[in-house]
Design a protein around this ligand. Structure first.
Ligand code: ZN
Length: 135
């Protein structure tokens, strides 16, 4: 598959407001959007850094995937997201290479992107999101 850039880096946090404050005051980044993705039970905040973004993720429920992640591993790095030109093609290609797909079909993610996750078992331990700008 052909990756075009690091779209964003996902970081699991316990408290979105406090984390935004940290990224703004210490790192001087600017949060330009807060968005809830009901499907994934998360509230996300986006901060631009150069050509890429930081996505902060706070769970909206105690049993959501981010809540579980924090329970097991604490706050911190959660996933990397790469941009691809054609998500369906990329998924079919990964599937044919024996990569374990979390999403077999693209779904709607934050920022209006079509997204799909690859399982960390198949990617040397890194939860990997592929994203595509809808046409
Ligand atoms: Zn993401």
């Amino acid at each position: 598959m052909r990756l075009t850039k690091v779209e964003h880096i996902g970081i699991a946090v316990k408290d979105l407001e406090k984390s935004i404050k940290f990224y703004e005051e210490v790192f001087g980044l600017k949060c330009y959007k807060i968005e809830e993705v009901e499907d994934q039970k998360v509230k996300t905040a986006f901060l631009k850094i150069g050509d890429t973004k930081i996505e902060l993720l706070e769970s909206t429920t105690s049993d959501g995937p981010i809540a579980k992640h924090i329970e097991k591993r604490g706050e911190g790095f959660h996933h990397i997201a790469y941009a691809v030109e054609n998500l369906r093609e990329a998924l079919a290609e990964a599937d044919s290479q024996g990569i374990q797909l979390i999403d077999r079909e693209p779904r709607k993610g934050a920022e209006g992107l079509n997204i799909a996750f690859l399982h960390p078992k198949s990617t040397h331990g890194v939860l990997t999101e592929l994203c595509e700008k809808p046409e």
